[in-house]
Design a protein around this ligand. Structure first.
Ligand SMILES: O=P(O)(O)OC[C@H]1O[C@H](OP(=O)(O)OP(=O)(O)O)[C@H](O)[C@@H]1O
Length: 207
């Protein structure tokens, strides 16, 4: 049967350059002081973003924390029904999650915003961790801590399509590129990077 989904191959250099272009704005406007990468796809973008944020944020070397979320990949314990429907946690920040986040400007990083379920889940769960931490602090400090804790989002690609989950309206949101609802082939999924890059060139020329 013919594969009807349009594929688009993305190279490491494409991703690097999209992040390079976007980061000065993110540094100037959101000025993160912590990155939370959603693995696996958010790991490489977060690391590249840290390089460019150094220049954009007075040479701070930002920490990258990692969470593991999976919507489409079979993970231990996930049933067939859950894959593509529910976001499954495969890794989280640990017992000190709230302490790590409170009072910070936290940029959540992922490679793609597809249905938005993953980002929505990540944001709401991280906010819950912050609330748990805030509730352990003296009441007189809570409002200030809440106000000082900010979450923003960066994705390399945002797919233009109806989303199945929403983000709070005031959430700072940055996308390296808005793309059609195509199947994006990322380089880290390839076992033959030269062939991948060759296909990417073909995709570019037929754009
Ligand atoms: O917008 P959504 O529809 O929620 O999809 C986006 C998520 O899906 C992919 O993760 P996947 O579950 O495939 O795991 P991976 O990052 O480990 O490949 C991708 O890395 C995003 O995290």
């Amino acid at each position: 049967m013919a594969d009807e989904v349009k594929h688009f191959h993305v190279t490491y250099n494409n991703i690097h350059n999209l992040i390079r272009k976007c980061t000065p704005k993110i540094g100037a406007e959101f000025n993160p002081d912590l990155l939370v990468a959603i693995g696996g796809g958010g790991f490489f973008p977060a690391r590249v973003m840290r390089t460019f944020l150094r220049g954009a944020t007075e040479n701070k070397t930002l920490q990258i924390q990692a969470i593991g979320l999976s919507l489409y990949e079979p993970v231990d314990g996930a049933t067939e029904e859950q894959i593509g429907q529910e976001v499954i946690r495969t890794q989280w920040l640990g017992a000190d999650a709230g302490k790590m986040l409170v009072g910070k400007r936290v940029l959540i990083v992922d490679e793609v915003d597809d249905t938005r379920k993953t980002l929505s889940y990540a944001l709401s769960e991280l906010k819950k961790d912050v609330e748990v931490e805030i509730s352990s602090r003296p009441e007189s400090e809570r409002e200030a801590l809440r106000a000082a804790t900010k979450f923003g989002i960066f994705v390399v690609h945002n797919k233009r399509k109806p989303k199945l989950a929403e983000l709070p309206k005031n959430t700072p949101y940055y996308a390296g590129e808005e793309v059609d609802d195509v199947w994006l082939d990322y380089p880290w999924e390839s076992t033959n990077i030269e062939e991948h890059d060759r296909l990417a060139e073909l995709d570019q020329s037929s754009k």
